[in-house]
Design a protein. Structure first.
Length: 84
C-alpha cells in the first residue's frame, strides 16, 4: 500500500502530465488551465489579473516558455530548476 507521500507524488505527476500532454512541459496556457481547474480558489482570490503571468515568469527560469515537472513541483516545494 503506497504511503501518503507516494500518493501525493503520484497525484502531482498525474496532474502535470494531464495538462502537459505528450510534449512533457507546460506552456503558459497549460499552466493557466491547470491553475483554473486545480487551484480555482487561488485564482479567484487574486487581485492581480496578471497572477498567472507572474507565476509563469517565476517558474520559467530558462525563459523558454516551458515549465517542466521540476519547476511545477517547485511551485509547491521549493527551488526552481531549468529543464535539461
Amino acid at each position: 500500500m503506497p504511503s501518503q507521500m507516494e500518493h501525493a507524488m503520484e497525484t502531482m505527476m498525474f496532474t502535470f502530465h494531464k495538462f502537459a500532454g505528450d510534449k512533457g512541459y507546460l506552456t503558459k496556457e497549460d499552466l493557466r488551465v491547470l491553475m483554473e481547474k486545480e487551484f480555482p480558489g487561488f485564482l479567484e482570490n487574486q487581485k492581480d489579473p496578471l497572477a498567472v503571468d507572474k507565476i509563469m515568469k517565476d517558474l520559467d527560469q530558462c525563459r523558454d516558455g516551458k515549465v517542466g515537472f521540476q519547476s511545477f513541483f517547485s511551485l509547491i516545494a521549493g527551488p526552481h530548476h531549468c529543464m535539461q
